[in-house]
Design a binder for this molecule. Sequence first.
Ligand SMILES: *Cc1c(COP(=O)(O)O)cnc(C)c1O
Length: 376
Amino acid sequence: MEFRDLKEQYRRNQEKIDQAMQEVVLDSNFISGRQVAELEEMLAGYTGVKHCIACANGTDALQLALMVWNIGAGDAVFVPDFTFFSTAEVVSLLGATPVFVDIDRRTFNMSAESLEAAIQKVQEEGKLQAKVIIAVDLFGQPADYDQIRPIAEKYGCRLLEDSAQGFGGNIRGKMDCSFGDIATTSFFPAKPLGCYGDGGAVFTDCDEWAELLRSYRVHGKGSDKYDNVRIGLNSRLDTIQAAILRVKFEVFQKYELEEVNRFAGEYTKRLENAVVTPTVLPEYTSSWAQYSILCKNADERAQIQAALQAEQIPSMIYYRKPMHEQGAFRGQKDTCPVELNVTEEICRQVLSLPMHPYMDIVDIDRITDIIKGTVK
Ligand SMILES: *Cc1c(COP(=O)(O)O)cnc(C)c1O
């Protein structure tokens, strides 16, 4: 069994994907080919955001957004303590300080109360300027924008939506990648919409920021690539990846998103009396980048993993370590003004199960039977 079955996805769509890749090779328009602009237009339409700017990966996408806002030394950027490293990494890379915020136990997403407490602590301390909130749409579910957006406005912070895992999710029909002042996503192969290598995109309604993003992604270009008006990056999406994504985006909309939601429902139906199953808030829809349960403790989790492993069923721990305990951040006092207890506890309990649009209900039966047999 695969944790995320990209091989089956390819088999089902092989003809179209092969054709799309071949077209790029025959045209040999490998950089900034027409497929890139076409993809950008499709994704902007789907998310309902005015501009989509494709780039090399989801980490660069975050960095590009912070560059547009001139984030650097002396700035505080609020980041959930429970996320992939990139979310905080780019903050430090630009010389700013990531300030870690605890999460909501039910959704794994940033806690609005903890966020407000962290902003107030930073303001009281007076060393850093509260500038940006990075909300992460973790495991596919939009962050709690109903609560986070008002806090961003109250404290004059910009809202950056890290939707690397959230593409396709929505709140009352409003799509992920449309909640931040700027939003980013990743096309890393295992993300909800993945390509065949690295890829990413930035979304914004603001014309001025969109123009800056297009400049920063190609060496700070002015009128062309050889007119350089600012310091930027080399961060384009390859034409071949855009071509693959166009095909995959079609099936993503056609049935993949629906299928992962169906399988999540089947998991929950079978597991809800055995372990803590994931909560999706009312009127929120997840794109199920991960289906993650909570075990009683680290011992029970290890037993479940071993029992699954014995049947060749993969499971993963996202994430084993709170961000503030990562070696790169450990001991940096400014990054931890508030308690991060929920994250610490969840890191010992969380376990992600195989989840993708090509699962078989028989596999879900097997997985859930093993889990139920282990916890009883
Ligand atoms: C994957 C991921 C990223 C980074 O995306 P890459 O394309 O791998 O650079 C950033 N944030 C989160 C939450 C992610 O899951």
